[in-house]
Design a protein around this ligand. Structure first.
Ligand SMILES: Cc1cc2nc3c(=O)[nH]c(=O)nc-3n(C[C@H](O)[C@H](O)[C@H](O)COP(=O)(O)OP(=O)(O)OC[C@H]3O[C@@H](n4cnc5c(N)ncnc54)[C@H](O)[C@@H]3O)c2cc1C
Ligand code: SF4
Length: 558
């Protein structure tokens, strides 16, 4: 394969002031902020944003209840400009579910930071589409359908840009008729805004040892369906979260149900990826959740209109790596600014995008390039984002140590204490990365999940068809196994090959060959780009790399 690549024509290069990888809230906010500053100071600064989805928003999956603090800072007149934030939160409920009932956790027990009043229920994909339009109006060059496939380094080791992936390469790595060589996009600064577990961000974190002094990053897997429900079941503005059933007390996670728009309900389930039982299937836990007596009525007579999944960062404050390195910076969830108890990261993604933008603009204005944007790191440490994450830093470690029930109670007390006494400095660690938490199959029994009924609960493949996922089939498989033998020789006997169950898109299967021997199959065309396999594989043998740009899910409004 590498021989083939060497024979390919040289890539064309384009020069920009700032190259931004990823057209989510972080990347688009960074792009808009640079152009705003350039406009105010009548400077000419060129900015390009590349996005691997077929359009801006196509790969965005979130809840989403959005704290508008980010948007207020970026575009204060967003309402007048028609931003798609229409449903204000009017009711905020937390419930603890048992198998046969539930109890409401009184709102007054929650610290004020958990309050959702003043927030909006949105489709984050639609918000990003709108941000994309704002960016283009400011002459940001926005290129959807282009995947950042390679980090470019200068002779001194600084990042000097990225290369987009080649298009039209067959599964053996050979150019097809429609072959198109990738482009080199060179910038004075490159901002990595790829969201959770960004493939290029992962490389720069490792290359520059950015996580040397931070705790391991932690993750959850969020699986979501969008439903159109009957008008009598719709309560626009209602935000409902649950903990507990169907997960056991040792497995972290919970659900969200957000009523918004025209009879729409976003329903999703997050499973913390430090779960131990290798037989657990986050997808099937989600399906089972919808059958609970307290929630199933919402969906009665309604229809599921979209499906998708995405990992979520959960390490928080103590897992944020160093943000800057020569030639670039990490912004948004590529660095992990998610506030776990609030289940909110989009506001921090926007705010950190803006901070990095301001640092990059100033540096360029001073005639600098390819050095360290120390001003961004300093701005973060003095920011509301830092405070937002610091207040809740012990919640995730407490959940991991004490389980959902006790961990939530102690976590609540800890959030109160940290809200009242912000000078408290103790920080609990996460101990180990999620892939090291998976237990041996011999210590667990397989879980017998109920069969889907096709009305309220669905099988994975049917649901994947509601993500409108599409990959050119004849292309290099983008799920790279370092050792192709490990799934069968090690993961199967030790962990009953958990990829079959944690992948929410049925990409991984263990089948029997003609002789009855197990074989590992990768249906890469189903991949919804959630990145869970890259995180949870117990052998860390799977590396997710960008497939051809434009491939993957085509979420309408997730
Ligand atoms: C199930 C779930 C529920 C959530 N609920 C909420 C909520 O209610 N409220 C809230 O505020 N937050 C919520 N979040 C978190 C929120 O979605 C994130 O914090 C936010 O989207 C992060 O923004 P980002 O720009 O950093 O990354 P993303 O939104 O992930 O955007 C990154 C973009 O970069 C693109 N990209 C990635 N790699 C490349 C590449 N190499 N080349 C080109 N393009 C690339 C991706 O396709 C994507 O479009 C939720 C997340 C999940 C998964
Ligand atoms: S293959 Fe990996 S990234 Fe793709 S859907 Fe499955 S777990 Fe997610």
């Amino acid at each position: 394969m590498s021989d083939e690549v060497q024979e390919l024509p040289e890539r064309e290069a384009m020069e920009f002031d700032v190259v931004i990888v990823g057209g989510g809230p972080a990347g688009l906010s960074a792009a808009i902020r640079i152009k705003q500053l350039a406009g105010e100071q009548e400077k000419d600064v060129s900015v390009v944003v590349i996005e691997k989805g077929s359009e801006i928003g196509a790969h965005i999956l979130s809840g989403a209840v959005v704290d508008p603090v980010g948007l207020n800072a970026l575009i204060p007149d967003w309402k007048e400009k028609g931003a798609p934030l229409q449903t204000k939160v009017t009711d905020d409920q937390f419930r603890y579910l048992g198998p046969g009932g539930s109890f409401k956790i009184p709102n007054f027990t929650m610290p004020p930071l958990m309050n959702n009043h003043g927030n909006y229920i949105v489709s984050l994909g639609d918000v990003c589409r709108w941000l994309g339009e704002q960016a283009e109006a400011l002459e940001v060059e926005v290129y959807p359908g282009f995947a950042g496939a390679e980090v470019l380094y200068g002779d001194d080791g600084a990042v000097v840009g990225v290369a987009t992936g080649d298009m039209g390469v067959d599964e053996d790595g050979k150019p097809k008729d429609a072959f198109m060589r990738g482009m080199e996009l060179k910038g004075k600064y490159t901002l990595f805004a790829e969201g959770v577990r960004g493939s290029l961000s992962k490389e720069v974190i490792a290359n520059f040892e950015l996580d040397e002094n931070s705790e391991p990053q932690k993750f959850g897997l969020g699986i979501k369906e969008l439903w159109e429900v009957k008008p009598e079941q719709h309560r626009p503005g209602l935000v409902q979260h649950t903990l507990g059933w169907p997960l056991d007390n040792k497995t972290g996670g919970g659900s969200f149900l957000y009523h918004f728009g025209d009879n729409l309900v976003s329903v999703g389930f997050v499973v913390h990826l430090n779960y131990v039982n290798p037989y657990l299937s986050p997808y099937d836990e989600f399906q089972r959740f919808k059958t609970h007596g307290d929630v199933r009525d919402v969906f009665e007579g309604g229809k599921r209109v979209a499906y998708g999944a995405r990992a979520i960062t959960e390490g928080g404050f103590q897992s944020v790596p160093e943000l800057v390195f020569p030639g670039g910076a990490l912004v948004g969830c590529s660095a992990g600014f998610m506030n776990v108890p609030r289940i909110k990261g989009s506001h921090n993604a926007m705010l950190t995008g803006m901070m990095a933008a301001e640092a990059a603009f100033d540096a360029i204005d001073q005639g600098r390039s390819h050095d360290v944007l120390g001003a961004y790191a300093a701005a973060y440490e003095n920011s509301e984002v830092y405070k937002d994450l610091k207040r809740v830093r012990n919640v995730k470690p407490l959940l991991s140590r004490f389980g959902t029930f006790l961990g939530t109670m102690i976590g609540g007390v800890d959030m109160w204490l940290n809200s009242i006494f912000p000078f408290l400095s103790y920080t609990l660690g996460h101990k180990k990365p999620d892939y090291k938490c998976t237990g041996l199959a011999k210590n667990f029994a397989p879980i017998d999940y109920p069969k889907p009924d096709g009305k309220l609960t669905f099988d994975k493949l049917t649901n994947v068809s509601f993500s409108a996922t599409n990959h050119e089939e004849d292309q290099v498989v983008h799920l790279k196994l370092t050792d192709p033998g490990i799934p069968i020789s090690r993961n199967l006997p030790e962990y009953a090959e958990p990829a079959q169950r944690y992948c929410p898109a049925s990409v991984y299967e263990v089948l029997d060959d003609e002789s009855g021997n197990p074989v590992f199959r990768i249906n890469s065309q189903n991949c919804v780009h959630c990145k869970t396999c890259d995180i949870k594989d117990p052998a860390q043998n799977i590396t997710w790399v960008c497939p051809e740009g434009g491939g993957g899910p085509n979420y309408p409004n997730m």
